[in-house]
Design a protein around this ligand. Structure first.
Ligand code: AOF
Ligand code: ZN
Length: 363
């Protein structure tokens, strides 16, 4: 018997479970699946690291025979295509589950409704749309890529009380505190890629990894816009290639071949494209990158904003004052561009984080 409260409760649990691998499953979305028999969870699965196996076969394996007659809660429609693994809809049918509850249909053109139809044709009771809004915000970067073929671009800025992002010639200036830093590392852990301009690398020598205790392996793909391939081999970005998810250096078409060979020798991937943000986003979308943090500096941030490709802004504001020699932020809380709507504001120690989504790109 379908019980609306129970459906909402277990779907909420499946959505919480799916968050665990957010940012770790490209090009796949991180999906959660829970199998429930007589009100008890008998199986749980979340899309595995790197995207396979999918959530459902893992939850079914845990449930074993208990899946017979049970209800499966899945945050995204089970797939119907023979990809690198057999269709999850088939696995659900074979397991003998009586009912499948889904939050969202899968916009992937290989699926889009076929998974639900396969289940219904096999005599399984199917319901979709349970906690759809919550699942949509959990899967928003994947949905964004399915729609635009590009990653969701998240501009992350830490701005001082006097509207600065740093100070000229001083390397990294502490603008936000410990809590805000931890939050920005959670954002890194949950995103597929992170990008900076070469100016920031030369000034700050950032690592761009996730350094939360126990989550060090969750660093995103790091990307540097570096037209002339000036990235030093002694930089932290190059020095950490072996322990991270890689480093992509985006050079211009006339980049020096010796510098390219040296970077490749150090383990970086170098691509050469014309100075075109849109083109880079298309390439990242094709590679299955669903979320990209743009983390600096002011010039790169300004560029992504003026090209109109920013989908989301994570704006950290601090009470610290930078004063003379400050590098001006392209935006502050007072000058967020038209079209962005605030969807969350959080106090983090002495700082504040505002999460803005572009009205035309949100859900
Ligand atoms: C599911 N369960 O846990 C996930 C699904 O390349 P493949 O074969 O792994 O297929 C990728 C597609 O599978 C992806 O675009 C999306 O449509 C779906 N993801 N489906 O049934 C899952 N992660
Ligand atoms: Zn599947």
């Amino acid at each position: 018997m379908a019980d609306r409260d129970e459906d909402v409760r277990f779907m909420a649990a499946a959505i919480r479970l799916s968050r665990w691998h957010l940012g770790q499953t490209a090009s796949n979305p991180s999906v959660g699946c829970i199998i429930v028999k007589d009100g008890i969870i008998v199986g749980r699965g979340v899309t595995a690291l790197s995207g396979r196996p999918h959530a459902e076969p893992q939850a079914l394996a845990e449930a074993g025979e208990a899946a017979r007659g049970a209800t499966a809660y899945v945050t995204l429609e089970p797939c119907s295509h023979h990809g690198k693994t057999p269709p999850c809809a088939e696995a659900l049918i074979a397991s003998g589950v009586a009912r499948v509850v889904v939050a969202l249909t899968d916009p992937d053109e290989r699926v889009s409704g076929r998974g639900l139809r396969m289940l219904a044709d096999a005599g399984i009771a199917v319901q979709s749309g349970v906690l759809a809004d919550e699942a949509e915000s959990q899967l928003e970067s994947y949905l964004n890529r399915q729609r635009s073929k590009r990653p969701q671009v998240i501009l992350k800025l830490a701005v001082s009380a006097d509207g600065m992002v740093g100070r000229l010639g001083e390397g990294q200036v502490a603008i936000t505190g410990r809590e805000a830093r931890a939050q920005s590392h959670v954002l890194r852990a949950e995103s597929d890629a992170i990008l900076v301009g070469i100016g920031t690398v030369l000034a700050d020598d950032p690592e761009l990894t996730c350094r939360l205790p126990g989550m060090e392996m969750r660093s995103p793909l790091r990307i540097v816009l570096d037209r002339r391939l000036e990235l030093p081999l002694a930089s932290k970005l190059v020095g950490t290639i072996a322990v991270c998810h890689g480093l992509l250096v985006v050079g211009g078409p006339d980049a020096d071949s010796e510098k390219k060979a040296a970077l490749e020798g150090a383990g970086a991937e170098v691509i050469e494209i014309s100075d075109d943000v849109g083109k880079l986003l298309n390439i990242l979308g094709e590679r299955g990158i669903s979320s990209l943090i743009v983390e600096g500096g002011a010039k790169t941030a300004g560029r992504f904003l003026s090209e109109g490709v920013v989908d989301r802004i994570a704006l950290f504001s601090s009470p610290v004052t930078v004063g003379t020699g400050g590098i001006k932020s392209p935006i502050t809380e007072q000058t967020v561009p038209d079209g962005f709507v605030l969807r969350r504001r959080e106090r983090l120690g002495a700082d504040q984080m505002s999460d803005y989504i572009h009205a035309s790109k949100g859900h």
